[in-house]
Design a protein around this ligand. Structure first.
Ligand code: NAP
Ligand code: ZN
Length: 361
């Protein structure tokens, strides 16, 4: 058994304000990486700026991160920084800005390195990364991963052990006004991380325990938020996201994540929903092979109940018709991915094609 996750993570309302001394770094200037609006709208950006001001730091704000950041976007961020030196990179927003921060951090610390290099070498140096999530799902605040879209419009993650955030300030108040579709997509992303971590062939009882608690938190809080939002329920989802991130920082993700990537890149389905569409179909296939998981009964009572729970949340409304060409292309790609090797059940290319056909309208 091996455990390694060096992130100092704080889950608390007003986390940035309450732990000012932790939003600090040696050197003078921070690069702040955000999306267009939510960092400002939620107030997260201003909380960070207030603290940097108190510490006498300077900052540069790159606020152009879009969903599913691509290589071009990362290059744009580096060009924006130009010859200036960033001593820390602070990602504020959903998984996209936090992942972009990690990529910019590594490429800024290794100015002669290429994207190919960062995918090959998980130990390249990086500028310290700080994370301030405004969604509750990707777990990027707890991981050494950054998922980018390459020039061929293919999503894939790179690992860099120096991009585990130095500190993650997880303040659930930033997620209070998140619309239902983003709440649902990010919550089922967290659920999928823990479910996949649990399914992973290398998962031990320590990781399974954390994964089960994480899924329980998502289940119990998500179903209530639709009726009556509250900081307490949002804190539950942030807990689900962080713990699920902790899980995948040890196991990585398995088959459903690699199945979902094509639906996001080619059909625009949000990452969490695209992944979750495959969770129950994959579980059913494993159950048919008599490969079962205790978390299903412990949390839902049965696989059928689990299916009903998510049906009620209308997850299946997000399905699309997947073209035959894409089914062919995605199945080929997924069958060669490392995710399959970490998934029990020996899924073949034919099984994978069948999963796409099952999820397609
Ligand atoms: P996101 O792509 O970061 O953001 C999606 C949308 O949500 C954006 O329009 C964003 O607006 C908005 N938003 C963010 N916070 C909000 C808030 N509090 N209220 C209202 N709107 C808000 O979404 P995400 O699902 O968090 O991240 C998905 C990305 O993370 C994918 O690229 C996925 O592959 C990656 N991921 C990474 C890991 C990892 O371990 N590194 C794991 C899973 C997924 P703005 O643009 O204005 O900010
Ligand atoms: Zn994910």
């Amino acid at each position: 058994m091996q455990i390694f996750n060096p992130v100092k993570a704080i889950l608390e309302k007003d986390a940035v304000k309450n732990h000012k001394s932790l939003m600090n770094f040696s050197g003078k200037c921070a690069l702040i990486v955000t999306g267009r609006n939510s960092a400002k709208k939620t107030g997260a950006l201003y909380d960070v700026l207030d603290v940097l001001k108190e510490h006498g730091k300077e900052w540069i704000i790159f606020d152009e991160v879009t969903e599913n950041p691509g290589f071009d976007l990362i290059t744009k961020g580096l060009d924006f920084l130009g010859s200036k030196k960033a001593d820390a990179v602070i990602g504020i927003g959903g998984g996209s800005p936090i992942d972009a921060s990690k990529a910019i951090s590594v490429l800024h610390a290794n100015r002669n390195s290429s994207f190919e290099d960062i995918y090959k070498n998980p130990n390249l140096e990086a500028v310290p990364v700080f994370a301030v999530p405004t969604t509750s799902g990707t777990g990027s605040e707890m991981t050494q991963y950054s998922v980018l879209t390459n020039k061929d419009n293919v999503k894939s993650g790179f690992t860099n052990f120096n991009t585990f955030p130095k500190v993650s300030f997880v303040d659930p108040k930033y997620t209070l006004d998140m619309p239902w579709n983003i709440t649902l997509s990010t919550a089922v992303d967290a659920f999928s991380h823990s479910a996949e971590g649990y399914m992973c062939i290398s998962a031990d009882s320590y990781i399974k325990n954390i994964a089960e608690n994480s899924m329980k938190a998502v289940k119990e809080n998500l179903e209530n938020i639709k009726n009556k939002d509250s900081l307490e329920l949002r804190t539950g989802l942030s807990f689900g996201s962080m713990t699920a991130g902790y899980v995948i920082s040890h196991t990585g993700t398995v088959l459903p994540h690699s199945l979902g990537y094509g639906l996001t890149s080619e059909y625009g389905i949000k990452h969490g929903l695209a992944t979750f569409l495959f969770i129950i179909p994959v579980l059913k296939r494993l159950y048919d092979k008599n490969i079962k998981f205790d978390f299903v009964n412990n949390i839902f009572g049965s696989l059928k109940n689990m299916e009903n729970y998510f049906d009620k949340l209308e997850i299946n409304d997000y399905r699309v018709k997947i073209s035959d060409e894409h089914i062919d292309l995605f199945s080929e790609r997924v069958s060669k991915s490392g995710h399959v090797l970490k998934t029990p059940g020996n899924f073949t290319k034919k099984d994978i094609e069948e999963l796409y056909l099952e999820v397609s309208l």
